[in-house]
Design a protein around this ligand. Structure first.
Ligand SMILES: Cc1ncc(COP(=O)(O)O)c(C=O)c1O
Length: 394
C-alpha cells in the first residue's frame, strides 16, 4: 500500500550548513574515527545535556550494553524495566545476566512512576531502567529518591527525549547512566545511527573509552621508541578490581561532526515539534475519543505524537485513515513480555494492565519534523473526519 502521508522512517532534513559540516569532516578528518570531531561532539554534548562525562557511541543500544555491563549483575540480580518500550531498553540487561522485571506505566503520561517502580522492588533488585518514552520526561526526582533509599542504580533511557527538561534539569542527567540515540527516527540524527552514554561516577567514566574501543589505552610511562613494544596498548578494563571485556562501539568522525552541529538547533526543533503537537491536540479537542497527553512546556518534546483511541475503535481508526485518507498511522511498543524473544528467555509474565491497555488501543500519527504544516493539517482534518465516520457507524 502506498500512502499520501507515510509514517516516515526519517525524522528531519539537514540544512545546507549541516551538509557543509559533513562534507568538511569527510574531507579533513584524519583518522575518520576517534579524532577531534569526537572530542568536539562530546564536549558540546556535555554542555547541552548538563552532564560531566559523555561518550559518543555507534548507537543507543551499544550505550545500554555498556551501562548494563557496568551494573555488574550477579546471578539472580533483577532490573526493573517498563514493559512498554522499545526492545533495546531491555535485552542488553538480559544479555549481561540480569532478570528482567516489568513495571507498568501511568495511563495518563505513558511512562513509569516512582510508585509503579516501588511495587516491583525486591531484595534482589539492582537497577532500574526509566524510559522517557515518546519524549516525555518521567518524574526523575521521585525516582532518584526511591533509588537512593534502596541503593539502586538508575539508567535513564533518553533515546527519545534529548533536550527534555524535568524541574529545570535535562532528562538523562539524573541517573547513574543516561542513554541517548541519534538513530534516523530520533530528534536529531547522526546520519542514521549514533548514540551517547552519560556516566555520573568519574571512576566508572574513566574506563568507558576502553570499553568502547577494544581495550585500547596508552602504555604507562614514556617510551624511547614509539613502536616498542607495540604501536598501541591493549589492556583489560577493570572496575573495583573486577575485569570487564571490551567492545568496539565507536562512532565515526563525520557523524560526530554533524551531531555537534545539530545540537545547536535541538532546542529549536523540540520547540517546533511541541508547538505543532499542541496545535494538533487542540484542533482535535472536540474528539475526546482521541486521548492525547497534553504538556505545554519543555518536559515533553513530542518526539512522537500518540493517542489512546476510545470505544475499541483503534483498528477501525487506523484502517480508515489508511484506506480513505492515505495516511499511515502505526502502533508502537508491543509490551515486551509478549514478544517471543522475552517469552523464550523466561520473561513472559508481567502485571502491567495499563501498558497492555495503552498498547492495545494506541495510535501514533505521522509526526516527523520534516512533515510540512499543510500535510499536518491534512492529518488533523482526516483524524476528525474519521472519528465522525466511526461515530456515525456506531
Ligand atoms: C526508547 C528507546 N531506547 C533505545 C533505542 C535504541 O536506539 P538505537 O537505535 O540508537 O540503538 C530506541 C530507538 O531506536 C528507543 O526508542
Amino acid at each position: 500500500m502506498t500512502f499520501k502521508i507515510p509514517f516516515s522512517g526519517r525524522a528531519h532534513a539537514f540544512t545546507e550548513e549541516e551538509i557543509a559540516v559533513m562534507v568538511e569532516a569527510a574531507r579533513e578528518a584524519v583518522p575518520l574515527t576517534q579524532g577531534r570531531y569526537l572530542q568536539a561532539f562530546e564536549t558540546a554534548f556535555r554542555g547541552y545535556a548538563g552532564v560531566e562525562h559523555a561518550f559518543a557511541l555507534c548507537n543507543a543500544t551499544a550505550a545500554l550494553e555498556i551501562a548494563a555491563q557496568l551494573c555488574r549483575f550477579q546471578p539472580g540480580d533483577e532490573v526493573i524495566i517498563p514493559s512498554h518500550t522499545f526492545t533495546a531498553s531491555a535485552y542488553p540487561f538480559a544479555k549481561k545476566g540480569a532478570k528482567l522485571v516489568w513495571s507498568d506505566i501511568d495511563p495518563a503520561t505513558r511512562v513509569v512512576t516512582a510508585e509503579g517502580i516501588a511495587a516491583c522492588i525486591t531484595p534482589r533488585t539492582k537497577a532500574i531502567v526509566v524510559v522517557h518514552l515518546y519524549g516525555f520526561g518521567a518524574d526523575m526526582p521521585a525516582i532518584m529518591a526511591l533509588a537512593e533509599v534502596h541503593g539502586l542504580l538508575v539508567i535513564e533511557d533518553t533515546a527519545q527525549a534529548l533536550g527534555v527538561e524535568i524541574d529545570g534539569r535535562r532528562a538523562g542527567s539524573f541517573g547513574h547512566f543516561g542513554v541517548f540515540s541519534f538513530h534516523s527516527h530520533k530528534n536529531i540524527t547522526t546520519l542514521g545511527e549514533g548514540g551517547m552514554l552519560a556516566v555520573r561516577d568519574p571512576a566508572v567514566a574513566a574506563i568507558v573509552p576502553m570499553l568502547r574501543h577494544n581495550g585500547h589505552c596508552a602504555f604507562p610511562g614514556e617510551r624511547d621508541d614509539y613502536w616498542v613494544p607495540a604501536m598501541g596498548n591493549v589492556d583489560l578494563p577493570e572496575l573495583d578490581g573486577e575485569p570487564l571485556m571490551p567492545n568496539n562501539y565507536c562512532l565515526g568522525e563525520v557523524e560526530c561532526a554533524v551531531g555537534a552541529k545539530l545540537l545547536e538547533r535541538s532546542d529549536a526543533m523540540n520547540a517546533e515539534k511541541r508547538d505543532r503537537a499542541l496545535r494538533v491536540i487542540d484542533a482535535l479537542a472536540g474528539y475526546p475519543e482521541l486521548a492525547f497527553h497534553r504538556v505545554d512546556d519543555a518536559r515533553h518534546n513530542y518526539h512522537l505524537l500518540v493517542a489512546r483511541v476510545g470505544n475499541g475503535w483503534r483498528d477501525r481508526f487506523i484502517r480508515t485513515m489508511a484506506r480513505e485518507h492515505g495516511i499511515q498511522c502505526v502502533v508502537q511498543y508491543y509490551p515486551l513480555n509478549r514478544y517471543p524473544l522475552y517469552r523464550k528467555l523466561g520473561f513472559g509474565e508481567a502485571a502491567c494492565p495499563h501498558a497492555d491497555d495503552f498498547f492495545d488501543n494506541m495510535v501514533s500519527l505521522p509526526f516527523h519534523h520534516a512533515l510540512a504544516d499543510d500535510q499536518l493539517a491534512v492529518v488533523v482534518e482526516a483524524a476528525g473526519r474519521t472519528i465522525e465516520a466511526l461515530r456515525a457507524e456506531g
